[in-house]
Design a protein around this ligand. Structure first.
Ligand code: C5P
Length: 232
């Protein structure tokens, strides 16, 4: 499993996205396309970025009845993305259906990972509003175990939770972690953050980095710094 840095392309339009990607003349970074850009531009944005030679993590976080998720995953599979995701809260049956839908005729499929609990959900709200009577860490571990049981490849989690997930699900179970900041950088609205170096130490397989790269005065230099610190 290759460690890599994924750039969160949280832009509002294709034009802004390409203006950003055009700066990378020597490397082709792995990019994440989220709901904002996908809903604005549709499948064409995926095809165009793919045509430019980038790997793509399509971050649409599916959560619906198993049959709907299966059929939607089959559509995403034809888009030829490299990684996509769903909510583990949809249950093991929904996740199994997703794997089926995503798997192509030749048996290959994009990497499929699950969101356990969003990092914006506090333990208090999870217990009071969702009526989950466990600690947030136990919930994350249980959802990760369900994800593994359903045959998925890993989870999205905070880098600070990656060690705990690996302990419960094994070293090969993938952790994809946002919430990464340079030691000397701005934290912004992220709360539980860590540096690329520390994320590597804890065991993240992929780090997802947005603003520390997209808002940097020299995004290419910031990307290279991330790669140097995380991949080495
Ligand atoms: O700009 P920043 O580095 O904070 O971007 C992180 C990216 O990862 C954003 O696209 C954000 O939506 C996403 N993300 C996150 N926390 C999660 C799941 C996804 O920050 N738990």
């Amino acid at each position: 499993m290759g460690k890599d840095v994924i750039i969160a392309c949280d832009f509002a339009s294709a034009e802004e996205t390409f203006e950003f990607l055009d700066r990378f003349t020597e490397e082709k970074p792995f990019v994440k396309i989220g709901m904002e850009l996908y809903y604005a531009e549709g499948p064409s944005i995926v095809k165009e970025i793919k045509k430019r030679g980038h790997k793509i993590f399509l971050d649409l976080k599916l959560h619906d009845i198993p049959n709907t998720v299966k059929k939607s995953m089959s559509v995403l599979s034809k888009l030829d993305v490299d990684m996509t995701n769903l909510h583990a809260a949809g249950t093991v049956d929904m996740m199994k259906a997703a794997v089926e839908g995503l798997t192509r005729e030749d048996g290959t499929r994009p990497i499929l990972i699950a969101v356990t609990q969003l990092t914006s959900t506090s333990e208090e709200r999870m217990q009071n509003e969702l009526l989950i009577n466990a600690s947030i860490n136990d919930t994350i571990v249980k959802y990760a175990q369900n994800t593994k049981a359903a045959g998925l490849d890993g989870v999205v989690c905070s880098p600070l939770e990656a060690g705990m997930v690996k302990d419960a699900c094994g070293k090969e179970f993938m952790t994809v972690t946002p919430g990464v900041r340079f030691a000397d950088g701005e934290v912004g609205d992220q709360v539980r953050v860590t540096t690329p170096e520390k994320a590597k130490e804890i065991g993240s397989d992929y780090i997802v980095v947005g603003r520390p790269i997209t808002q940097a005065s020299d995004p290419v230099a910031a990307y290279r710094r991330c790669v140097a610190e995380f991949v080495g």
